[in-house]
Structure formats: C-alpha cells, structure tokens
Write a protein of this length. Sequence first.
Length: 169
Amino acid sequence: MSRKDEPVTVEQFNTAMAALATADAEIAKINAVMDKKITAIREQYADVIKAQQDICDAEKEVVFRYAKENKEVLFGTVRHITTPHGDVGFRLGTPALKTLPKWTWEGVLKQLKTVLPDYVRTIEEVDKDRLILDRQAPGVAEHLNECGVYVIQTDSVYVKLKKEDDGAA
C-alpha cells in the first residue's frame, strides 16, 4: 500500500480494483440473503398485521366519532383528555385559504391587485438553469463575468464494477 503522498503504481491500482470488485460482490450476496429473509418474515406476519391494522382503523373511527360528537362535554376548554389507555384530543390544523363559491384563484389575484396589492407576490430570481444552458451563446458568454458569475464544471472519477451477470443475455 502506498502512502498518500506517493504515486499509485499500476499493480496497486489493479489489486485495488480486484479487491473492490470482490468486496462489492460479497456485499451484494449478503444483501440478497438478508432481503430474502426479511421478505419471508414480512410475508409470515402480513396477515396478522393486516388484521390488527383493520381493527385499529375501525376502533379509531369509533374514538374519533365519539370525540367529535361529545367535543363540548368532554373537552370544554381543554384540547385533550387522558384515559387509562391513552390521550385523545383535537389539534388545530394549519390555516389555509380556499376560494369562495364561484371564485377562482385567477379572480382572487385580479381582485387582490386592486384591493390589497401588498398581498401579491412578484418573485424575481436568477434563472440559473437557462444561464448554464446558454453559457456559450453569443450575447451571454461575454457578459457572465460582468454580471458576477462564472460556470464551473468539475471532472470526477467513478468506478463501475463488472457484475457476474453483466453481458449475459
């Protein structure tokens, strides 16, 4: 093994590639065995879990209906109650806007522009994707530095190992 400040020899490179391929294949085999066992365990308990989930769903519906039907009596000014088996309560949802009947968001926008213009957003942002796409186009390339940007594209090394079934038809 070479030190980090010494160049890597072709023998070391070839040895590393072989070891990398062997370790990767071993990892794939172990993962396949694990996946098979996990799948078997999931299948073994799937029916029991489904039955219990169905019970949970049905019983939650009863609890939810009872809480909603008796909200004033059970909860009064509190948001939750505690029972011997757990807590039940109401959560206030996140505020949301909905349009009135016969209104569309386009109509709302038009009216807001007139009545409440401070509540209309105008978003300006750099179109980075387009600048990258047009980076070599006349009229763009010569102005990038003037506008305070430049395009960088790095080269990176990758390894794609040959698998045992690669090329098999």
